[in-house]
Design a protein around this ligand. Structure first.
Ligand SMILES: *Cc1c(COP(=O)(O)O)cnc(C)c1O
Length: 427
């Protein structure tokens, strides 16, 4: 029997000091037929805000009305559309507006950052990543090493958890920096690991890397909109993130990048350039040579994709309305409750939560490893029979993400109950 009081979850929802913003979102129907889904897959693809369609339609209407005149239309002219996203994005990552730009997709931005910030020399040419990094990041750094003529198996250094442990210890990253630092040109780690949900100690690792003469960049894909970030104050060299996970901006949404102020006027930094890299004031003089700008805009290439950017703007407004400190407080309570509920669900099952127990070392995600289970099969049954969306990672891990904007305590209760029922019944 699943022995956790449903009424308690409902009570927690009624009394939570930070109200849910669930009504601002379109919650998918439960495939099982019972009402709304319990959507704990927002770390994979966040849900659609109700306003998104309205804001997107406004741009479609402007296109219909103005045609090419849309570039300079009175309301949100397209030529400078990205500027409207800069301040709210900067607030989310703890950056100055000049350090922030919304552009491209995440892996593209990782490459553009590495064009400027991976400058290998004969002695210092390696890139440090976490062994369990998202594959795109691994492919990106390996291809950068190859691009510069190095053997990626030698040039890419991977920090691993200890034998029998699931997450990387900060002290092991620091040890590696101490031992191998002289050969490392770039550290590029995931701020929150997509698989384990571990939140890295960004300020400590950044400080140690920089003290060892290494450029330090962070992939914020699973951190932005999830945990509080201080990219500027933590002296991070650069960062990049996507907008379709906790940022709810839609599949393949336009991503972002951060470049620390100290690099913005550095003329020695090589960048790949396009017509949106140049000074906006002189752009349409159409000169063959670039007029440099000293903001993160200098890393842009192309004119902004308006239909892909409108949903980002809609989403960032919601974060401004709620604010990350309040959202994080709600997130800590939700994830704490989910941890307790999963403990009840897994009482008789050989399973463990591989996400750190310390709430300061994780965001809104718990990854459960179920020994011997087919995670995909369990996750599919939870969705089809109980209306609970989670995310399976082969072979045996299921990720639960109670995104604090729209998930409720009752969603967490439903998720734990569904897991319990599926694991204790044949199917
Ligand atoms: C989601 C994710 C990506 C995806 O990159 P795209 O280029 O936006 O498809 C890359 N890296 C990490 C760490 C991610 O979590």
């Amino acid at each position: 029997m699943f022995d956790l009081n449903e009424a308690e979850a409902l009570y927690l929802d009624e009394t939570d000091p930070v109200a849910s913003n669930r009504s601002k979102f379109l919650i998918p129907p439960a495939p099982s037929g019972d009402g709304e889904a319990a959507y704990l897959a927002g770390n994979s693809l966040g849900l659609q805000p109700r306003r998104t369609r309205i804001d997107l339609e406004a741009e479609l209407d402007d296109w219909a009305t103005y045609g090419v005149g849309g570039h300079t239309k009175p309301r949100k002219p397209w030529v400078s559309y990205h500027e409207g996203l800069r301040d709210p994005a900067a607030r989310l990552v703890g950056a100055l507006p000049a350090e922030t730009v919304v552009m491209n997709t995440l892996t593209v931005n990782l490459h553009l950052m590495m064009v400027s910030f991976y400058k290998p020399t004969a002695e210092r040419y390696r890139i440090l990543i976490e062994d369990g990094t998202f594959p795109s990041d691994s492919y990106a750094v390996r291809s950068q090493a190859e691009f510069h003529g190095y053997d990626p198996d030698d040039a890419v250094l991977r920090v691993k958890p200890r034998e029998g442990e699931a997450v990387v210890r900060t002290e092991d990253v620091l040890d590696l920096i101490e031992r191998e630092g002289d050969s490392i040109a770039l550290i590029m780690l995931g701020a929150v690991n997509y698989y384990t949900g571990e939140l890295m100690d960004i300020p400590t690792i950044t400080a140690a890397g920089r003290a060892a003469g290494i450029v330090v960049g962070w992939d914020l894909a699973h951190a932005v909109g999830n945990v509080e970030l201080r990219m500027h104050d933590w002296n991070v060299d650069w960062a990049a993130w996507c907008s379709y996970k906790y940022l709810n901006s839609g599949p393949g949404a336009v991503a972002g990048a951060f470049v620390h102020q100290r690099h913005l006027a550095d003329a020695s930094l090589v960048k790949f350039s396009g017509w949106w890299s140049t000074n906006a004031a002189t752009r349409f003089e159409m000169k063959p040579e670039l007029d440099p700008v000293h903001t993160a805009d200098a890393w842009q290439l192309s004119n902004p994709p308006i239909m892909a950017m409108a949903p980002v703007e809609t989403s960032l407004k919601i974060f401004d309305e709620v604010g990350m400190p309040a959202l994080r407080q709600r997130s800590l309570r939700l994830t704490g409750y989910l941890e307790k509920a999963l403990g009840v669900a897994l009482a008789d099952v050989p399973a463990r939560v591989i996400t750190p127990q310390d709430a300061e070392r994780r965001g809104a995600q718990l990854s459960v490893q179920i020994i011997g289970a087919d995670a995909e099969h369990v996750s599919t049954r939870m969705r089809d029979e109980y209306g609970v969306f989670t995310d399976a990672r082969q072979p045996d891990v299921i990720r639960f993400a109670p995104a604090p904007l729209y998930c409720t305590f009752h969603d967490c209760w439903r998720a734990a109950r569904a897991l319990h029922e599926v694991l204790n019944s044949a199917g």
